[in-house]
Write a protein of this length. Structure first.
Length: 114
């Protein structure tokens, strides 16, 4: 290989990594910008339940009211309103540590039985 070929290879690699880094940081910046622009303290989607590929049930908090809505491809429909007492936030998943060795043993036993 000639020196010019090695220099071209190094230049292309440096440019590749610069473009890769620029893409990463621009994506992070856009995500941060969109998150800030869509955040409001008066509205929040509390839970979403998928019914089919284009239909969802959502519990939405608007100020101090909880609304159950149906969201589909073409429409959003108010189903009912919940009081603060009726709505129970979901339990935080992953709050208890998981013993992966025990879980793996359970799965392994199921496969051994087959």
């Amino acid at each position: 290989m000639r020196v010019s070929s090695v220099a071209q290879l190094i230049t292309v690699l440096i440019l590749f990594f610069l473009v890769l880094a620029a893409t990463y940081y621009v994506t992070k910046w856009i995500a941060k910008y969109q998150k800030q622009s869509t955040f409001t303290s008066n509205m929040e989607v509390m839970e979403t339940c998928r019914i089919s590929t284009t239909k969802y049930l959502q519990i939405v908090r608007v100020v101090n009211k909880y609304l159950v809505i149906s969201v589909s491809k073409d429409s959003v429909t108010l189903l009912t309103e919940l009081s603060e007492d009726e709505y129970e936030p979901p339990a935080v998943r992953g709050s208890e540590p998981v013993d992966f060795a025990k879980e793996f043993d359970k799965v392994l036993e199921r496969f051994k039985k087959k």
